[in-house]
Design a protein around this ligand. Structure first.
Ligand SMILES: Nc1nc2c(ncn2[C@@H]2O[C@H](COP(=O)(O)OP(=O)(O)OP(=O)(O)O)[C@@H](O)[C@H]2O)c(=O)[nH]1
Ligand SMILES: O=C([O-])CC(=O)C(=O)O
Ligand SMILES: [Mn+2]
Length: 607
């Protein structure tokens, strides 16, 4: 080396020059008091959680209820992803496309350099080597997150494979790693007391796609701060995928085994807080069908040697929406959580040192401490847990985890579902007419906004492939990439595509379909469509189930109620068309020709 390093780097457990020089550069800029190289061990986790408990960031839960588990309460202004402050800083504005915020990369670097200047003063700078996907994958995707938040370190340990083994492999293979820099933006002056959840009112979540780097400032929460997740495994990975001919998608993956013992794999893209974790952990209400989980949020897919589409889950944990997750709706998630080793954020505390959130149990506790730390009773008139409160739990605590989760080359995908949260218009399930029609369906995907992102809730927005906030480049190029990459497919093995909607409402305002475990009935229909054994009605938008083709055994719904969930409504679709035309007009010249052809086809069929 021969270089003189900062004294802070004396203990560095690596001689890998690209990493050392980046860590040094960041330390010189951010001026931490010390540097801690994260090894990922149990002992380190214990020390960090002890320190976080002492600092008031974490509350240790009653170990008899939730062993080795903690609750964190964020600043009330730091509770979700901040899409308005999320940027794709490609060299050319055109390459960020109309769905992303953009700023010139040099101007952005200058701005961020100003903010990061001294931002870690008084704090520890943690260096977390991580890999998304398997360490022994053919082409492992490495990253190193630098953060001044120990909460981020403990959460990253659950969500990704991190630590010494990863660092060794980066060094041995002299691998590229995505430099992912994070600061809560709350330096401490000499003698200044810390707060339990340091953050900054000003937040910037910034991606440099050509350089494949991430800079995140000001937030300590979820997708803003755990940089392996949305920032890397979706935004940066989508750019890598474009360049290397694969797909990085906001999808769950599950394995479904029929009563005859035949296995299928289903990938499903739903926007944030629209049911991925719940479907991935589904408990079927129909006899003989078995579901096992592979992933609940992010799926990386590539066409294999036989032209089959193969999928892996690059994550190692669940970062699930707490409210609505209960013993009635999602017992598999509850069992995984009950094993402990979890970090809960912005849930409510029970008086016996456990956690609670809306929908966890039918019976509402008589007294709680709400997510803001205030006394709460059922008469309070406000939710006890924040609507975007989360549980962070190791994926291998899921009893129904499929053994293929551990296979570096993943599983073959047989069906892809696209789904959103729509009160009207979108039937329970519609099978695409073809692969091209399915890509069109994905491109038209729309959903009412949720609490997973800051901003208004319940507004319908277009969300192509549930990737609107996560496409790291031009949205039209992204659709073209879907078309182009499927040129590598064996047409006989292309997955069948379906559009689903668990959230349609009846005229009275209730859900038209019971959802959750009963979604297994829709999965079964999809598989039977693949096998050619289920009937369907052809409509202008695609194939919908005949009432007799859905397995409704044991379901307490009248025929009229089922009809309300599955029906195609021509009037609603006529009303939908102008919005679709406006949406696709926004892509300008970068819209694939096949999408235009599909839109014309739909209009002609509806006329
Ligand atoms: N009515 C109804 N609600 C559902 C269904 N599935 C999920 N939900 C609710 O939707 C909310 C979000 O569900 P999740 O499964 O956590 O959503 P997600 O897509 O994994 O969310 P992210 O982690 O933000 O990406 C929860 O409140 C669930 O209870 C369903 O089939 N029907
Ligand atoms: O990234 C987050 O904060 C949580 C999440 O999974 C999403 O919003 O899709
Ligand atoms: Mn998600």
């Amino acid at each position: 080396m021969g270089q003189t390093r900062l004294p802070l780097l004396a203990e560095a457990p690596t001689t890998y020059e690209p990493l050392l020089s980046w860590v040094e550069e960041v330390a010189e800029l951010t001026k931490p008091d010390r540097i801690h190289w994260v090894d990922g061990s149990e002992a380190e986790y214990r020390t960090l959680t002890d320190e976080l408990v002492a600092a008031g960031t974490l509350t240790r839960l009653n170990p008899e209820l939730f062993p080795n588990s903690f609750a964190a309460f964020s600043d009330p202004a730091d509770v979700a992803r901040v899409e308005e402050q999320t940027f794709i800083c490609s060299k050319n504005e055109r390459d960020a496309g109309f769905t992303n915020n953009w700023m010139d990369p040099d101007a952005m670097k200058e701005k961020l350099t100003g903010l990061f200047e001294g931002s870690m003063r008084g704090r520890t700078m943690y260096v977390i080597p991580f890999v998304m996907g398997h360490l022994d994958a053919e082409d492992p995707k490495f990253g190193v997150e630098i953060t001044d938040s120990a909460y981020v370190v403990t959460s990253m340990r659950i969500m990704a494979r991190i630590g010494t083994d990863v660092l060794k492999k980066i060094e041995e293979t002299r691998a590229f790693f995505v430099p992912a820099l994070h600061s809560v933006g709350a330096p401490l002056e000499e003698g200044q007391a810390d707060v339990p959840w340091p953050c900054n009112p000003e937040k910037w979540i910034v991606h440099f796609p050509e350089e494949r780097s991430i800079w995140s400032y000001g937030s300590g929460y979820g997708g803003n701060a755990l940089l392996g997740k949305k920032c890397y495994a979706l935004r940066i990975a989508s750019v890598m995928a474009r360049d290397e001919s694969w797909l990085a998608e906001h999808m769950l993956i599950l394995k479904l085994t029929s009563p005859e013992g035949k296995a299928y794999h289903v990938a499903a893209a739903f926007p944030s807080a629209c049911g991925k974790t719940n479907l991935a952990l589904l408990d079927p209400t129909i006899k003989g069908w078995k579901v096992e989980t592979l992933g609940d949020d992010i799926t990386w897919m590539r066409f294999g040697k036989q032209g089959e589409l193969r999928a892996v889950n690059p994550e190692a944990g669940l970062f699930g929406v707490a409210p609505g997750t209960g013993w009635g709706t999602n017992p598999n998630a509850m069992r995984a959580i009950a094993k402990g080793n979890s970090i809960f954020t912005n849930v409510a505390l029970t008086d016996d040192g456990g956690v609670w959130w809306e929908g966890m149990t039918d019976e509402v506790p008589a007294h709680l401490t709400d997510w803001r730390g205030d006394d709460w009773t059922p008469e309070a008139g406000r939710p006890a847990a924040h609507p975007n409160s989360r549980f962070c739990t190791p994926i291998d605590q899921i009893d129904m985890l499929a053994s293929e989760y551990f296979a570096p080359d993943g599983v073959e995908v047989n069906a892809i579902l696209f789904g959103g949260r729509r009160k009207t218009t979108i039937p329970l399930v519609t099978q695409a007419r073809s692969w091209a029609n399915g890509i069109f369906m994905g491109a038209t995907l729309s959903s009412e906004t949720t609490a997973a992102a800051a901003g208004a809730v319940g507004v319908v927005r277009r969300d192509p492939m549930a990737m609107l906030p996560f496409i790291g480049y031009d949205a039209g190029d992204y659709l073209n990439h879907w078309v182009r990459v499927s040129g590598k497919a064996n047409p006989a093995r292309l997955p069948k595509i379906f559009l689903v909607n668990w959230f349609r409402r009846t005229r009275e305002g209730g859900f038209a379909w019971p959802g959750f475990g009963d979604n297994s009935r829709v999965l079964k229909w999809a598989i039977e469509r693949i096998e050619g054994t289920a009937d369907a009605v052809e409509t202008p938008i695609g194939f919908i189930p005949t009432p007799a083709s859905l397995d409704l055994t044991g379901l307490e719904m009248t025929e009229a109620e089922v009809e309300e969930a599955v029906r195609f409504d021509a009037d609603e679709w006529h009303a939908e068309l102008p919005g679709l035309e406006d949406w696709f007009a926004r892509f300008g010249g970068s819209l694939p020709k096949s999408i235009t052809a599909e839109l014309d086809g739909l209009k002609a069929r509806l006329a």
